[in-house]
Design a protein around this ligand. Structure first.
Ligand SMILES: [Zn+2]
Length: 152
């Protein structure tokens, strides 16, 4: 596999930062303080040390002081938070999807993600009839079980 170049990471980080800034409406996720792009930081809601991915569905915009204060604490509701942020990122078009899969993935997310599991480099989102696998940058794979229906 080709090594990712620094420029690639830089562009992704900038995009993620901008997305989180807009999603949080320029305010600290924790204390609500108004931030600008310069004093805003990104915090892993599920800490990196606990396996939190560098993804918009785990990153939140916050002020330096809240970021420092939170440290490596694992929030009790991290699973629900990551699921909600993942569904939102898919709906917002902030998570690149496999070509031609948009309709079906949106349908899956609308049916409800019930569980999130960390699987090494991948994060797995399960619904009753589907599994979506994401890495930090994109949705990598979607698996639909026989009962999955696009009609609703
Ligand atoms: Zn704050």
């Amino acid at each position: 596999m080709a090594a990712r170049c620094a420029m690639h990471d830089y562009v992704f980080d900038k995009t993620k930062r901008r997305y989180c800034y807009l999603r949080e409406r320029g305010r600290c996720f924790y204390c609500g303080k108004r931030l600008n792009m310069k004093n805003a930081t990104l915090d892993h809601y599920l800490p990196k040390t606990a396996g939190g991915p560098d993804s918009v569905y785990d990153l939140v915009l916050c002020c330096r002081s809240c970021n420092r204060q939170k440290g490596d604490a694992v929030p009790e509701d991290w699973q629900q938070h990551v699921i909600d942020s993942f569904c939102r990122a898919v709906a917002d078009g902030a998570l690149p999807l496999p070509p031609g899969s948009r309709e079906k993935v949106l349908q899956a997310v609308a049916q409800g993600v019930q569980r999130v599991t960390l699987e090494g480099e991948l994060v797995r989102f399960d619904g009753a009839q589907f599994s979506l696998y994401a890495d930090s940058h994109r949705l990598v794979r979607a698996v639909y079980r026989p009962g999955f229906s696009q009609a609703q």
